[in-house]
Design a protein around this ligand. Structure first.
Ligand SMILES: Nc1nc2c(ncn2[C@@H]2O[C@H](COP(=O)(O)OP(=O)(O)O)[C@@H](O)[C@H]2O)c(=O)[nH]1
Ligand SMILES: [Mg+2]
Length: 632
């Protein structure tokens, strides 16, 4: 069954609550104080079913809002989830301040559908009603309620006159209202939290996307508390699941009423990332009293949340009434917001509605290059272009699928489907779980080759640059670096020699006797194990001169074939690895070892044992405790 949320709007005492009651039979003023004072303070809820033109049933959930100017913030908490509005204007009073303010808010929220209802038609004569109708038509011109085909219906909740016509208009509006996306990831902005005898904690809200069923685990944002859904009710009745666009009540396990409050959002756990900075497109109402200045403080309302935000204008010192622009809003606390979410801004003081806009990016990159182009692409709304822009701005690092989900709120299937043509055409590369623009990866390849070229020029005698060192210079993650290096090796542009990376055919060009000497040194140390010869003696037996021999040793130390552990002692890396293995095996029997035991285990003299143990201490294989060592 199609579910549509209908919200009321309009000045106080114009008959909104009476109208909802006349339609549904439900009194939406639920608070004792509301009943006593006869005014709506907080949101009220009601529901009804109507038969559509094709015989299908339509489910209408009503959100009745307060009209009093002091309670606009409550109105804002309810109006975020509505699909169709009933703009209520009393025929005996016509347009009043909150008629204007509420209409401004509805427009800023991007609402598309609604019906204007002239209430209390019984209280005025025909001529007055006609005059008011003309006034209202004039007032609505140029708004979503003023276009051709939009209806203005005169109604009396007292006599019932006009109610049938209104129901017909509602059926039409509900029929054409676009359904909310049940495939999207679920998000339920909480508008009420209470306890119910026998149930425990209950929250309600309008489900803006996705579905929620019993036994699901959810996370409350921004607090991070995990809850489990015990039961679901839709429009006051138990349901198998709540679907996007439905008034939803959840009975929750894992949280008390103190843990949850209006303004929080329930969503699948570990899916989204909260933010304190959002990039937005915003619009200042023509009726705003003054220009909006950079650094201004504002009241910020989105979904059911409200907070104070600081404005940082992009590209401008101020925005004048009637104008729009890109900006960043900085929030005092983290919030869950996603691109496409609408918000309202109210002046800090005195508090009036001055504008609003749409979230474009809830994961802004500080000092990003080409930020405006990025924001324009997001504002453009084409999902494929948006995904490409989100990948491109991460340059060669790319972005993981889960991060794309968190940044867009779109589910995995949608993202993979939208990207699959670009992946197939190799405009986008998939590296592990990341997507990166091919162009950015090609740039990184060139950058890597240029970096190596410079290195070889500066260090003609060195066999290459260490992997990690190169990776850090390129500011690439391990994953991306490995992929790029492997690709270049495949293209025969790169060589890897152990830990070293060099351009193909480059690195040390040794003469024969140098290469021979190098081998002699290496072999001598490899064969010696821990009982290494004196370096002086080995060098003396070589064919090359002392300076060359020294250079060769430097190279062997540099590529970590040989490892120097003290001024006099140099070991082959294989021997030290063997020692580590011995230590690990020894540890299986005893966690402590002293010098005598170490000498016995390795067969080396004290002259070697002490520096070796000190080396192991530095490498955190052992830790000195008194005269002995603890093996870590
Ligand atoms: N004569 C007349 N009075 C109405 C009608 N609708 C509402 N009222 C009265 O107007 C007052 C305000 O109505 P209410 O629904 O609370 O207004 P709200 O503040 O917009 O929700 C109440 O005293 C209602 O009885 C109507 O159609 N005709
Ligand atoms: Mg009311």
């Amino acid at each position: 069954m199609k579910s549509v949320i209908v919200g009321t709007a309009g000045h106080i005492d114009h008959g909104k609550t009476a109208l909802v009651k006349a339609l549904t039979g439900i009194d939406a003023d639920r608070l004792e104080e509301e009943k006593r004072r006869g005014i709506t303070i907080d949101l009220g809820f009601a529901h009804m079913e109507l038969r559509g033109p094709g015989g299908e049933m339509l489910r209408l959930g009503f959100v009745d809002v307060p009209g009093h100017e002091r309670f606009v913030r409550n109105m804002l908490a309810g109006v975020g989830g509505i699909d169709v509005v009933l703009l209520v204007i009393a025929a005996d009073e016509s347009i009043k301040p909150q008629t204007r303010e509420h209409l401004d808010i509805l427009q800023l929220l991007g609402l598309q559908r609604g019906i204007t209802v002239l209430t209390k038609s019984d209280a005025v004569d025909r001529d007055t009603l006609d005059v008011v109708r003309l006034e209202v038509e004039e007032f609505l011109r140029g708004t979503f309620l003023g276009g051709p085909g939009s209806s203005i219906v005169a109604v009396s909740s007292l006599t019932g006159e006009g109610l049938d016509e209104l129901k017909q208009a509602l059926i039409h509006a509900a029929g054409v209202a676009s359904a909310r996306d049940a495939q999207a990831l679920a998000r339920l902005p909480i508008d009420r939290v209470f306890t119910m005898k026998g149930f425990g904690t209950v929250v309600t809200g309008t489900l803006v996307g996705g579905t929620i069923g019993p036994e699901e685990e959810l996370e409350a944002f921004p607090s991070g508390r995990r809850v489990r859904v015990r039961g679901v009710q839709v429009h006051g009745k138990p349901a198998d699941a709540a679907v996007a666009g439905e008034r939803t009540a959840l009975n929750l396990a894992g949280a008390s009423t103190e843990d949850l409050s209006r303004g929080m959002t329930l969503a699948p756990p570990a899916t989204f990332v909260t933010t304190r900075r959002i990039d937005v497109k915003l619009r200042l109402l023509p009726s705003a009293p003054r220009p909006l200045k950079d650094r201004a403080r504002l009241h910020f309302h989105a979904h059911t949340m409200e907070t104070v935000a600081q404005l940082v204008l992009y590209n401008a010192k101020q925005i004048v009434p009637g104008d729009e622009g890109f900006a960043q809003l900085r929030l005092p606390e983290a919030a869950l917001l996603l691109p496409g979410d609408r918000f309202i801004m109210r002046q800090f003081s005195p508090v009036t509605t001055i504008g609003g806009g749409m979230v474009l990016d809830a994961a802004p990159i500080p000092r990003a290059a080409a930020r405006d182009t990025f924001l324009q692409t997001v504002a453009g709304g084409d999902p494929t272009l948006i995904l490409r822009a989100r990948i491109a701005r991460r340059q060669h690092e790319g972005i993981s699928l889960s991060r794309l989900i968190a940044e867009t709120g779109w589910n995995r299937n949608v993202i993979e489907a939208k990207l699959s043509p670009a992946v197939r055409d190799q405009q986008v590369l998939r590296i592990g779980d990341r997507f990166a623009e091919t162009r950015a990866i090609e740039d990184l390849k060139l950058h890597l080759q240029r970096t190596l070229e410079q290195f070889h020029k500066k260090n003609p005698l060195v066999g290459g640059i260490g992997r990690e060192e190169l990776r850090e210079q390129l500011k690439a993650s391990a994953e991306v670096f490995a992929a790029v290096a492997a690709a270049l090796v495949g293209e025969k542009k790169l060589e890897m020699a152990g830990d070293l990376v060099r351009l193909a055919g480059r690195g040390v060009a040794m003469k024969d006797e140098e290469a021979e000497s190098k081998k002699i040194i290496e072999d001598a140390f490899a064969a010696a194990g821990l009982k290494v010869p004196a370096l002086r003696e080995v060098m003396a037996g070589l064919k090359v001169d002392k300076a060359r021999a020294q250079k060769i040793v430097t190279l062997l130390l540099r590529d970590k074939t040989l490892i120097k552990i003290s001024e006099e002692l140099v070991f082959h890396h294989g021997a030290l690895e063997q020692l580590r293995r011995q230590m690990a095996a020894y540890r299986a029997n005893s966690s402590k070892i002293d010098v005598a035991q170490f000498k016995e285990m390795t067969g080396v003299s004290r002259k070697y044992a002490i520096p070796l143990l000190e080396y192991l201490d530095r490498e955190r294989v052992t830790k000195r405790v008194g005269d002995a060592r603890e093996i870590l």
